[in-house]
Design a protein around this ligand. Structure first.
Ligand SMILES: NC(=O)c1ccc[n+]([C@@H]2O[C@H](COP(=O)([O-])OP(=O)(O)OC[C@H]3O[C@@H](n4cnc5c(N)ncnc54)[C@H](OP(=O)(O)O)[C@@H]3O)[C@@H](O)[C@H]2O)c1
Length: 225
């Protein structure tokens, strides 16, 4: 049984991921601003922690709660903030909010949880194909996709900086997955894959991927390029 921290669990991929991990018998801390959907599931081994990853005080409370647990085996940075807006119309605070959630919140939570982690553990950053160099790009996603590119950069930097003592750091760059976020980004588009299948893959990779990968970006997509 592993102890796993997952962010962004009230809907979409994170909501499915905590269910998969619970079914497998793991101990899960489910961070989200909205705890209602998590509480309603009443999952075995899952403890919800109210947390906006852009809020320092709430991140500190999470750290305090985790400090009284045994070692954390895995941290999945799944929470994500989408902004679909033409570049010239984006307000500064909107741009910054995307980065606060998708980049700075990820970095801060990593700083707080890392000292509590098992050196053989795994940090998994959930990025997007749009953040991968050379992939197809879409207008309106400059703040979002560039923040996901930053997450890829952080993955590589952290893997290097902690390669001796661990944990391992890897990134999954997702293609389209049928969730509410996708519907907001591309209304009416039907993704070839649903959140449950993706969550099952992320769960497996989170628990085993560090044995074979460090500092890598896996493109979870059937599309070319
Ligand atoms: N769906 C896709 O096609 C797709 C493609 C590429 C990448 N991704 C990435 O995959 C991840 C999951 O996406 P999804 O489609 O499942 O998105 P989603 O349906 O919008 O769910 C996002 C989750 O993130 C949480 N969240 C948002 N802001 C947060 C904050 N400030 N603090 C804590 N939690 C926050 C939300 O919970 P609360 O509101 O409760 O906080 C929600 O549970 C994201 O990182 C996304 O960028 C998705």
């Amino acid at each position: 049984m592993a102890t796993i921290v997952v962010t962004g669990c009230s809907r979409g991929i994170g909501y499915e991921l905590i269910q998969v991990l619970s079914e497998q018998g793991h101990r899960v801390f489910a961070l989200s601003r909205n705890q209602g959907p998590i509480n309603d599931l009443n999952l075995q081994g899952v403890e919800g922690l109210e947390c906006d990853v852009a809020n320092e005080a709430q991140l500190q409370q999470v750290k305090d709660r985790l400090s009284s647990e045994g070692p954390i085996h895995a941290l999945v940075h799944n929470a994500g903030r989408l902004l679909n807006k033409p570049f010239l119309e984006i307000e500064s605070d909107e741009f910054e909010e995307v980065y606060r959630v998708n980049v700075f919140g990820v970095a801060r939570l990593t700083q707080l949880v890392l000292p509590l982690m098992d050196g053989a553990g795994h940090v998994v950053n959930i990025s997007s194909i749009g953040g991968v160099q050379g992939s197809v790009k879409f207008p309106g996603l400059s703040a979002y996709s560039s923040s996901k590119a930053a997450l890829i950069g952080l993955t590589e930097m952290w893997a290097e900086e902690f390669k001796e003592e661990g944990p391992a750091f890897n990134c999954i760059a997702l293609g389209a997955v049928q969730t509410e976020m996708l519907e907001e980004a591309f209304p009416g588009y039907q993704a070839p894959v649903g959140p449950r299948a993706v969550a099952e893959y992320i769960a497996h990779f989170t628990l085993t991927g560090q044995e074979l990968y460090n500092g890598k970006v896996l493109q979870l997509s059937k599309s070319v390029p």
